[in-house]
Design a protein around this ligand. Structure first.
Ligand code: GDP
Length: 511
């Protein structure tokens, strides 16, 4: 029962940060402990960060090798500006349009499929430039199997050519070289290949394994050779995927289409997408209403490496976002809700960590200050204390009572003689390091409790400790009126015990 759990938790030395619900420790119990122990709000909030069960969809484990079947390569075209990427994509797309029935429309949807006369297929991503590629790589969702590096034969290797090579290397994606604009009289493909040697792109004729195809994107020359080279490389790469089970894919483009409404183009990476499938991507989900290919033909399903247009999103996910199929709409809602929650909590946690770092810093500087004080004379101590008080008073009241100050207990120490006050200070300083909760001696001195002591305590919300001193009636009344605790002791260790208890009660409870 909950009382039992509460007791047990309070008596174990577990950090509240580490509390996570499991079969034995339910969320409601942690909440109850947080409530009962009167933990400070921010700690309670921190505890809550971890108490919700992770409802996200997990990536599926690697498929059974027996279930794997070959899939077409997914290709990205990269290269320097004006070297002919767009022209090459257009020409490749046209090779398909010609093969299609009259009336076929070519439109840009972010990806398209090229089918060779042999029946082999290649999916091209046609997001111009490498912005999309970079965005996807940053999200760790690399869909590209092969990069076709376009270099204009008249221009040669340029800045973005080198950038593309670096990106390919970093992502471990193999390159095929398309030496473009070979129709131009000043074209010098040999020079291009020589230049590339300096960047570790070694073409076959130089003993390397990079295939180089001389093309003219504009005239459509050698495009089939380029496609063949791609298929050959794909065979070497042995690209495979499991077409069964839950679908996984990546958004390559999101847009609002005049006819279809909100639509995304996605590359399927695993499984098969069907009408009626339920998908999640980022913080949105879809019940697939329609699937289209790049020519707007309705599909009933699509398997690995296909580029499909998906209609049915509640809100559009962004390019680069992973798509995962889930069992039900309810599950999709749950995942999205969890992701929203997790994002919120991440933000909260960052804030929390910032607060804690500030607090640690504060305590650390305080500890150092204490340490140095321990070696100081009475007079030096006084001086240090006044400086510290001045600094405190200079802070705005909101800062003073702010989060970073919550764990300090301001103290006023009075004793009958120098020696006793000094002895108490020394003991306190030696204890200080052991407590997360810092003592803050805002005033100390010799003699009975005075009006000034009460005022000090009120200003700093502190506690007055007196050793072998008195507080007369008017002073006691004043203290009561201002709610200033005055604790008088005649035995040092009792005073210290009392103080320790006070500190413990201020600590965020360790459970
Ligand atoms: P991108 O910036 O890499 O997409 O380059 P574009 O495809 O926009 O091409 C830039 C310019 O080069 C355009 O004027 C194209 O017509 C021209 N161009 C592209 N490919 C060829 C080619 O194979 N031969 C010739 N002569 N011009 C080309």
């Amino acid at each position: 029962d909950i009382d039992h759990v509460y007791e047990a938790l309070l008596n174990t030395e577990v950090d509240i940060d580490e509390l996570e619900p499991d079969a034995y420790l339910e969320e409601k119990w942690i909440k109850e402990v947080v409530k009962r122990s009167g933990m400070k709000y921010k700690y309670a909030r921190l505890a809550e960060v971890k108490v919700r069960e992770n409802k996200d969809v997990q990536r599926q484990p690697p498929a059974d090798p027996a279930a794997l079947v070959s899939r077409p390569p997914v290709v990205t075209i990269m290269g320097h500006v004006d070297h002919g990427k767009t022209t090459l994509l257009d020409s490749l797309r046209k090779t398909q349009v010609a093969a299609m029935e009259a009336g076929g429309i070519t439109q840009h949807i972010g990806a398209f499929l090229v089918q060779l006369p042999s029946g082999e297929k290649i999916t091209f991503l046609d997001t111009p430039g490498h912005a999309a590629f970079t965005a996807m790589r940053a999200r760790g969702a690399l869909v590209t199997d092969i990069i076709i590096l376009v270099v204009a034969a008249d221009d040669g290797v340029m800045n973005q050519t080198i950038e593309s090579i670096q990106l390919a290397k970093k992502s471990k994606v193999p390159i095929i070289l398309a030496v473009n604009k070979c129709d131009k009289p000043q074209a010098d493909p040999k020079r291009v290949k020589e230049q590339l040697l300096a960047h570790d792109i070694v073409c076959e004729e130089y003993g390397g394994d990079v295939q180089a195809i001389h093309v003219s994107a504009l005239k459509g020359d050698n495009l089939m050779e380029l496609a063949e080279a791609t298929v050959t490389l794909a065979e070497v790469l042995e690209l495979k995927a499991d077409p069964s089970g839950l679908m996984e894919g990546t958004v390559v483009e999101s847009r609002t289409d005049k006819g279809k409404g909100p639509v995304t183009t996605a590359i399927i990476q695993r499984g098969t997408i069907r009408r009626g499938s339920t998908l999640v991507a980022g913080k949105t989900w879809a019940k697939v209403r329609f699937l289209f290919d790049e020519n707007d033909r309705l599909l009933s399903e699509a398997g690995p490496s296909s580029a499909v247009q998906i209609v049915g999103w509640k809100e559009l996910p962004s390019a680069g976002e992973e798509i995962q199929e889930v069992e039900s709409e309810q599950r999709a809602r749950e995942v999205v809700e969890w992701r929203e929650y997790a994002e919120e909590q991440d933000k909260l946690k960052d804030e929390q960590q910032a607060i804690e770092a500030k607090q640690r810093e504060h305590q650390e500087s305080y500890r150092r200050e204490r340490e140095s004080l321990a070696h100081l004379s009475w007079r030096q101590r006084k001086a240090a204390m006044y400086r510290a008080n001045k600094h405190r008073m200079a802070q705005r009241p909101s800062e003073r009572s702010g989060d970073s100050e919550q764990l300090t207990v301001p103290l006023i120490i009075k004793g009958d003689v120098d020696g006793s006050v000094e002895a108490i200070l020394n003991i306190l300083e030696s204890y200080d390091a052991h407590y997360q909760c810092q003592m803050d001696i805002v005033h100390f001195g010799v003699g009975d409790i005075t009006e000034n002591d009460i005022n000090m305590a009120e200003t700093f919300s502190g506690i007055i400790y007196g050793f072998n001193v008195e507080a007369n009636k008017p002073i006691q009344q004043m203290a009561a009126k201002k709610s200033v605790p005055v604790k008088l002791h005649k035995i040092i260790y009792k005073l210290i015990d009392d103080l320790k208890e006070e500190l413990s009660s201020k600590l965020p409870p360790t459970i």
